[in-house]
Design a protein around this ligand. Structure first.
Ligand SMILES: CCCCCCCCCCCCC/C=C/C(=O)SCCNC(=O)CCNC(=O)[C@H](O)C(C)(C)COP(=O)(O)OP(=O)(O)OC[C@H]1O[C@@H](n2cnc3c(N)ncnc32)[C@H](O)[C@@H]1OP(=O)(O)O
Length: 361
């Protein structure tokens, strides 16, 4: 029996060397690493020249770890050697001239940048796994919280969709006439949704969502002042066209915002929906504020005439202070609130798209 050299194919990663020896049904394997950083292989098997003893030696370009993993299959012998230092090698062997029996393993072959990307992807997957595991371990009620938020967002989405569709259909059928009875046809649902929206102030306080407490407070208390105090308590306001604009602007953003949150609860994202959630506020928020300011201004003479909610004053200062003065102060606060929330939403938008971009590159 003559001693032959098998075909050997190789590939590398930053930390490892892979060798594939073309020898089927290999027996009596003797694979060892000698002190001069040289791998010696010897085995009986079926190679290119039939059943024979095959052997080869490879002196590696840089130091490798002494432990060698190998696996013999019916078709080949796979050997894995760990590099002592994780870095890319220019070639496999110390001798510059490539041994004739050695060739690249194109099934495993990656160039340096592809291998770096593979390494990065592995690192990211490891980090994601650890962070998901630690989140689950840290919070045993995560499922319950997500379930509650999902249901909350679903109910709000259905409520605001009902308002939006109702108003749109009536607008198409009745035209401008539909402006004047918006309140009578949709107020009950709006009351329900906006009362529920108080949970949006409570949720960040309980740590259920990452929403800022102040922006949520400004949003909910601002809207509820308009809904319950201006529209709800003044019958004269309920027939005005401004109700249509306020309700339509509120519901337009909400039919995108709540489904966006619902998807976030189940770890999904639709790019178009995300874009709408973080973009529609740019025209809608100023328009909504103008509509709300018009409603407040229209209500001032009505509060003056009816003395509703007027504050009693000591006799020397006159009879009472009309609620319209409080509302004038509210108008100032409203533009302050608008500024705070506009800045908040702008930051959320920037954060969202900056982090997205970073993830992609
Ligand atoms: C007497 C009282 C006087 C007070 C004075 C008040 C003055 C008031 C003036 C106000 C004037 C307002 C006039 C305008 C009204 C209108 O609404 S017009 C229509 C247009 N409106 C809008 O576009 C605003 C819509 N509203 C909002 O966007 C919010 O309410 C917000 C609080 C202003 C901002 O939202 P925020 O939640 O902070 O941002 P997000 O990026 O969406 O969320 C942060 C993270 O939290 C997660 N999250 C939030 N809520 C939920 C939820 N319900 N369920 C699940 N998850 C939620 C969200 O996913 C984000 O997580 P990450 O993606 O991981 O960051």
């Amino acid at each position: 029996m003559q001693i032959l050299t098998p075909h050997v194919y190789w590939a590398q990663r930053h930390g490892e060397i892979f060798l594939r020896v073309e020898l089927s049904d290999a027996k009596n394997l003797d694979i060892n690493l000698q002190e001069n950083n040289t791998l010696h292989f010897r085995a009986l098997g079926h190679g290119a020249k039939g059943e024979n003893e095959y052997k080869f030696s490879l002196e590696f370009l840089e130091p490798v770890r002494p432990e060698i993993n190998h696996k013999s299959t019916q078709r080949q012998v796979d050997i894995k050697v760990k590099k002592r230092e994780e870095r890319w090698w220019d070639r496999l062997t110390l001798q510059e001239k490539k041994p004739v029996f050695l060739a690249p393993d194109f099934d495993r072959w990656l160039d340096e940048s592809d291998a770096e990307m593979e390494l990065q992807a592995k690192e990211e997957a490891k980090i994601n796994k650890i962070s998901v595991e630690s989140r689950v371990r840290q919070d045993p009620y995560l499922g319950l919280k997500k379930g509650y938020l999902f249901m909350y967002n679903l109910v709000q989405f259905l409520g605001f969709s009902w308002i939006f569709v109702n108003m749109t259909v009536r607008l198409f059928i009745l035209g401008q006439d539909s402006f004047y009875d918006t309140f009578h046809t949709t107020a009950d649902m709006m009351y329900f949704c906006q009362m529920m929206a108080v949970l949006e102030i409570i949720n960040p306080l309980l740590g259920l969502v990452k929403t800022g407490f102040f922006p949520a407070m400004i949003q909910v208390s601002g809207r509820n002042t308009i809904l319950f105090v201006i529209f709800g308590s003044l019958e004269e306001m309920q027939n005005k066209a401004v109700v249509f604009f306020v309700f339509y602007l509120w519901s337009t953003i909400e039919i995108f915002r709540y489904p966006f949150y619902m998807l976030a609860c189940i770890g999904t994202e639709w790019k178009l929906l995300t874009w709408l959630r973080y973009t529609l506020w740019i025209p809608l928020y100023p328009l909504g504020s103008i509509a709300e300011a018009v409603a407040v201004i229209q209500s001032l003479p009505i509060f003056d005439e009816s003395s509703l909610f007027s504050l009693p004053l000591p006799a020397v200062m006159g009879h009472s202070l009309s609620f319209s003065y409080v509302l004038q102060l509210y108008l100032v606060l409203m533009f302050l609130g608008l500024f705070i929330n506009f800045r908040h939403l702008y930051k959320q938008r920037r954060r969202r798209y900056r982090s997205r971009k970073r993830k992609v590159h």
